[in-house]
Design a protein. Structure first.
Length: 72
């Protein structure tokens, strides 16, 4: 069994979340199990989501209706 990131190195174990084979350099040991770098710190790897386009359009429409009602 070989490391997923370093094919020239033997793997010591698998990531508990994604199942990748990992060597001693790639393996992150936590109290809940062994993980790869990405699975051990998912908030750092996950990009921040922007607002959905439909929510922006809906907000603009509501604001336009509100302005139209209060301007009269």
């Amino acid at each position: 069994m070989r490391c997923r990131n370093h094919p020239d190195r033997p793997a010591l174990g698998y990531c508990s979340r994604c199942g990748k084979a990992l060597c001693s350099e790639c393996l992150v040991r936590l109290s809940t199990g062994n993980y790869c770098e990405v699975c051990a710190n998912p908030t750092a790897a996950a990009p921040r989501r922007s607002l959905p386009w439909w929510l922006i359009v809906l907000t603009v429409l509501v604001l336009l209706v509100a302005v139209r009602l209060f301007v009269r």
